[in-house]
Write a protein that binds this ligand. Sequence first.
Ligand SMILES: Nc1ncnc2c1ncn2[C@@H]1O[C@H](COP(=O)(O)OP(=O)(O)OP(=O)(O)O)[C@@H](O)[C@H]1O
Ligand SMILES: O=P(O)(O)OC[C@H]1O[C@H](OP(=O)(O)OP(=O)(O)O)[C@H](O)[C@@H]1O
Length: 217
Amino acid sequence: MAGKQLKEKITIALPKGRLFEETIQIFVHSGILDREVKQDSRKLVIQAGMFNFLLVRAKDVPTYVEYGVADIGVAGDDVLLESRADVYRPVDLGIGACTIMVAGLPEDREKYFSNPTSLKVATKYPNITREFFSKKGIKAQIIELYGSIELAPLVGLADFIVDIVETGRTLRENGLVVIEEIRPSSAKLIVNRASYKTKNTEVMDIIDKLENTYAKR
Ligand SMILES: Nc1ncnc2c1ncn2[C@@H]1O[C@H](COP(=O)(O)OP(=O)(O)OP(=O)(O)O)[C@@H](O)[C@H]1O
Ligand SMILES: O=P(O)(O)OC[C@H]1O[C@H](OP(=O)(O)OP(=O)(O)O)[C@H](O)[C@@H]1O
């Protein structure tokens, strides 16, 4: 058959929050997008050329990609570890850098390191927390919160917290200290396993463009 093959449409799930703008800029710099896509309305689906962008909560991105309603997404390691979604993670985008930490009040350091059998821990990452403490032989009694995690030790809701730390400002301004590092986190491009095969040309084109951009850095 003569002529160029039509490119398949690609659906991309993007977090609406702090990663959105940087991701769009990377896509423009890599030549994936020819112009910036702006989040200037309440619209949750934005069409741009061969792409459909779905604007979702950061924590929901792996779900959209795992179920295949989005072919591609962008999510931090924190979110990916917590969700345990079965997706490809071919490119580290190098944005959204932070560290998943255990933190607490300075006077509680000793308690933490004196071989406790159980600890009360507040977090928005219950799976990461449970797994981290169970490897240490500590039973974590998890208090699940959705934000302002640093408040929990201040008011006695929990002994410690597990949360991401970027600049350390939130810990500092609330008189908390890092107790132990769990792991670093940065944003990854994630790909649905079926789309990786059925839309391989389009998906590989995106991966190659991102990798070329990073090789030039
Ligand atoms: N200081 C930070 N606070 C929160 N996330 C950060 C920070 N630095 C880097 N990140 C990364 O950015 C990702 C997305 O952050 P974003 O603000 O969109 O999500 P969120 O704070 O969980 O918001 P929400 O769940 O309210 O949509 C996080 O999952 C994490 O990987
Ligand atoms: O080390 P820092 O630079 O201070 O950043 C870390 C803070 O940022 C995030 O909170 P976010 O702003 O998402 O608010 P939240 O409390 O609603 O989760 C995270 O949960 C920490 O609280």
